[in-house]
Write a protein that binds this ligand. Structure first.
Ligand code: GLN
Length: 677
C-alpha cells in the first residue's frame, strides 16, 4: 500500500497567512470574516487596473461567478494566480499609488486644454487634412498596467513619425548600436523634420581618412528612411511590413489570445499611396541617401532595356531607394489608438517589457539607447526647448499623435491633430507642459528639493508625512545637523503635521533649547497648532524654563491653547504603538483628509487602526476633529477603541465637541455604553 503524504498547504501555515489576511481585512466592512465581491472589484478598478488586463482576466471571471460575499478561503483561491499584483493594488503600491487623484488632475487639465483650438492640420498628406480637427484623446499607461483614458483615446490615427523610434529599436536589436550608427547619426539636427541636410562624418580608414555623409539622427525623415532601409532589407516588402506590424503588436499589448483591448496594427494603404504621390521631398532624401552609398539594399541593376528603340532607353529607378521609401511610407501609415501608443510608450518606460502581457519586446540596452535620442531629437527642431521645459523623451507625428516616456513610471499618448509650426500637436505639447508643471516627472527634477510640485510615485498622505516627518523627528530629539541640512535644502521647517504641530512645538515640548534657537534664527514663523498653541505651553507644561525665556523675548502674547476634556476620569482605552512612525503619521493625514482608500491600503499593509503618534493622537481623533463621519464609521467598523486619549487627555468625542462636529459627536455618543442611572 502506498503511504499517504499529507500535502503541505501554505494557507494553513500562519506565517504566510498574515499578508493575505491583512489584504482581506482591508476590504471588509462590519463583518471581518467576509468581504463584498463588488467592493473587491471596485478596489482593483479604482487602483487603475482593468478587467481586460491579461493578468487579471481569470480573477475577474472568478469574481463574476462568485456570490455577493466572499470568505477568506475563497479569497485566497481567487487571488492565487495574480497575488502580487492584487497585493500591490490593495496596498497602494502600484506605480501611481493615488490613481484616482492623479486621474482627477489630468481630467482637469484635459478640460482646460480642450479649449485650445490653435494650430493647423497637416495638409501635405491629403488624407491627414481630412480628419476631424477637434478630436482630442489622452491615455496614460503605467509600468504596472494602470490605465487612464479620456476623450478620443480609442480613435485610430495615423502614426506618421511616431513609428521612427520603434523602427530605430528594431534596427538596434538586429544590428547593434555600432553598425546602425555607421548609417545614421546620433546628433540633433536643429532642422525641420524633412530637411535635406546631412551630417558629415569621417570614416576611419586604414591609410586615408574618408568623409561620408549620414542623416543626423533616426528621428528626422532622412534618418528614418535610412532605418527603414536597414530593417530586414533582404526580405520582400510584404514580409518586412508584416514583421514590423507583429513587433508593434507586441509593443502595444496585442497578443493572439489576449483579452486586452489592443488590436493588431492596421495599415492604411490610402495614406501610404498619397504619401507616395506627394512626398517629393522624401523621394529626394531617398536618392540623396543612395548617393552617399550608405543606404543598404539589393543593388541589381537591369542588364538590358526592354524598349528596343535605338533612340531611347528605359529610365531606371533605383529599387533600393523605392524599397526603403515604400516601407517607410507604409509604416508611417500604420494606425493605432492613443491607448495603444501609450502602451507602447509604457513598454519603453518599463525597459522593454510590455506591462499588460509581461513579455519582453526590446532588450533593456535597446531601450536605453533609444530614449536619449528621443530626448534630443524626438520633437524635431523644438526638441531642445521641449526637453528643457518638459524634461521627457517624446515623439510626435504629423498625424496629431505625440507620446512621452516617463522612465520607470509611465507612457503617455495624446492625440489631437492640430499642429504647431514644427509639426507637433498643440494640445499634446500643452498637456505635457501641464503634467510636468504639476508633477515631479521631469527627468532632472531630482535636482529640485524644495519643489511645491507633487511626486506621483508617492501617495499624497505619505508625501505629507514625509515632508514634515523628518524635521519634526529631528527637532524632538535635538538633531541640529539634520535640521541644518534640511534648511540648506530649502525645506520648510515650519511645516506641521495633521494637527499643525511643527518642529518648534515638538522642540519646545521636549526641551530642545538649541533647536528652538536654531529654528528662530532660521526665521521659522510661529504658527498655532490645532488648539491655538504656539509651543509656549508645551514648554510650560513640561517645565522647560530656558525655552520659556527665549520665547518670552519674542514679545508675543501667547494665548492658552484650548483643549477640551469632558470626562477627565472617564474610561481610557489604549493607543496602539507602531514602530513605523512615518506610517502612523500618514494614517493620521489620511484620516484628516477623509481618504478612505488610503486608510484601507494602510490597513492592508498591516497597521493597527488605533496606532498613535508622539502626541498620542490617533486616526479617530483626527477624523473626529475634522468631522469626517465616513472615516469615523470606517474606523469604528475596524474596532478602533473610542476612549483613546491624546497628550492632553482628550478623546475623539472631545475633539468632535470642541470643533462642533455635531454629526460625529452624536454618532460617537451612540456607541458609549449607556450610563446606569
Ligand atoms: N510620413 C511623414 C513624412 O515623411 C512623417 C512626418 C512626420 O510625422 N513628422 O513627411
Amino acid at each position: 500500500m502506498q503511504k499517504k503524504i499529507k500535502p503541505t498547504n501554505r494557507y494553513e501555515s500562519n506565517n504566510f497567512l498574515k499578508r493575505e489576511k491583512d489584504l482581506f481585512y482591508s476590504l471588509s466592512d462590519k463583518n471581518p470574516n467576509q468581504i463584498k465581491t463588488k467592493d473587491f472589484k471596485n478596489a482593483l478598478l479604482k487602483s487603475g487596473l482593468k478587467s481586460n488586463d491579461n493578468r487579471l482576466y481569470d480573477l475577474f471571471r472568478k469574481l463574476d461567478s462568485s456570490e455577493n460575499e466572499i470568505y477568506f478561503k475563497d479569497f485566497i483561491k481567487i487571488i492565487s494566480s495574480s497575488e502580487l499584483l492584487v497585493e500591490k493594488a490593495l496596498r497602494g503600491e502600484l506605480a501611481l499609488p493615488d490613481f484616482s487623484d492623479f486621474s482627477k488632475s489630468v481630467d482637469e487639465m484635459y478640460d482646460d486644454v480642450i479649449k485650445n483650438k490653435s494650430g493647423e492640420l497637416a495638409s501635405y498628406i491629403p488624407p491627414l487634412a481630412k480628419v476631424d480637427p477637434n478630436q482630442f484623446g489622452i491615455s496614460i499607461v503605467t509600468i504596472d498596467g494602470q490605465i487612464y483614458q479620456r476623450g478620443d483615446c480609442k480613435v485610430d490615427f495615423s502614426l506618421q513619425s511616431m513609428c521612427k523610434p520603434f523602427n530605430y529599436c528594431l534596427a538596434l536589436e538586429k544590428f547593434g548600436l555600432e553598425l546602425v550608427h555607421k548609417h545614421v547619426g546620433q546628433e540633433p539636427s536643429g532642422r525641420q523634420f524633412n530637411d535635406l541636410t546631412l551630417l558629415t562624418r569621417s570614416l576611419e580608414g586604414k591609410s586615408n581618412k574618408k568623409l561620408t555623409r549620414i542623416p543626423f539622427n533616426p528621428m528626422i525623415n532622412a534618418g528614418a528612411i535610412m532605418t527603414a532601409g536597414l530593417i530586414n532589407s533582404e526580405d520582400t516588402y510584404e514580409k518586412r511590413l508584416n514583421f514590423i506590424k507583429e513587433q508593434y503588436g507586441k509593443l502595444i499589448g496585442w497578443s493572439a489570445n489576449g483579452k486586452f483591448e489592443s488590436k493588431f496594427p492596421r495599415f492604411n494603404k490610402d495614406v501610404a499611396r498619397e504619401e507616395n504621390f506627394t512626398g517629393y521631398n522624401n523621394l529626394a532624401i531617398g536618392y540623396l541617401l543612395m548617393a552617399t552609398g550608405n543606404l543598404p539594399g539589393k543593388k541589381n541593376k537591369l542588364k538590358k532595356d526592354k524598349n528596343t528603340s535605338k533612340n531611347e532607353f528605359d529610365f531606371y529607378i533605383e529599387p533600393t531607394v523605392t524599397d526603403a521609401l515604400k516601407l517607410y511610407f507604409s509604416v508611417c501609415s500604420l494606425e493605432m489608438t492613443a491607448t495603444e501608443v501609450a502602451m507602447a510608450a509604457a513598454t519603453l518606460a518599463n525597459n522593454g517589457v510590455c506591462p499588460v502581457t509581461q513579455s519582453r519586446v526590446f532588450n533593456q540596452k535597446t531601450v536605453r539607447d533609444c530614449l536619449p535620442i528621443l530626448q534630443s531629437s524626438g520633437m524635431y527642431d523644438a526638441s531642445g526647448a521641449f526637453f528643457q521645459e518638459v524634461g521627457l523623451p517624446a515623439k510626435s507625428g504629423v498625424g496629431g499623435g505625440v507620446f512621452f516616456v516617463v522612465p520607470q513610471l509611465m507612457g503617455i499618448c495624446i492625440f489631437s491633430p492640430r499642429l504647431d509650426e514644427q509639426g507637433n500637436s498643440v494640445r499634446g505639447i500643452e498637456m505635457a507642459k501641464r503634467i510636468t508643471s504639476k508633477y515631479l516627472v521631469h527627468i532632472f527634477d531630482g535636482a529640485m528639493t524644495n519643489a511645491d510640485r507633487v511626486d506621483p510615485r508617492i501617495p499624497i498622505s505619505k508625501w505629507r508625512a514625509n515632508s514634515c516627518g523628518e524635521a519634526i523627528w529631528a527637532a524632538s530629539i535635538g538633531d541640529i545637523r539634520t535640521l541644518e541640512r534640511l534648511a540648506s535644502e530649502q525645506k520648510d521647517l515650519g511645516i506641521g503635521n495633521s494637527d499643525m504641530r511643527t518642529p518648534l512645538h515638538l522642540a519646545a515640548a521636549e526641551g530642545q533649547l538649541e533647536v528652538v534657537q536654531f529654528l528662530l534664527e532660521q526665521g521659522v514663523k510661529l504658527v498655532p497648532d490645532r488648539w491655538g498653541g504656539y509651543g509656549y505651553f508645551d514648554a510650560k507644561n513640561n517645565n522647560h524654563k530656558k525655552i520659556l525665556k527665549v520665547l518670552d523675548k519674542l514679545n508675543i502674547k501667547f494665548l492658552k491653547p484650548k483643549h477640551l476634556v469632558e470626562e477627565p476620569n472617564g474610561e481610557t482605552d489604549e493607543v496602539a504603538k507602531y514602530d513605523d512612525e512615518l506610517m502612523v503619521s500618514e494614517l493620521l493625514f489620511a484620516a484628516a483628509g477623509n481618504d478612505i482608500t488610503r486608510i484601507r491600503q494602510l490597513i492592508a499593509k498591516g497597521i493597527p487602526v488605533h496606532a498613535g503618534n508622539f502626541d498620542s493622537r490617533t486616526a479617530l481623533h483626527l477624523a473626529a476633529a475634522e468631522g469626517n463621519l465616513e472615516t469615523v464609521k470606517l474606523l469604528i467598523n475596524y474596532k478602533h477603541p473610542i476612549n483613546v486619549r491624546d497628550r492632553w487627555n482628550s478623546t475623539p468625542s472631545d475633539e468632535a465637541k470642541r470643533e462642533k462636529r455635531l454629526a460625529v459627536y452624536n454618532f460617537l455618543k451612540t456607541l458609549k455604553p449607556k450610563n446606569k442611572s
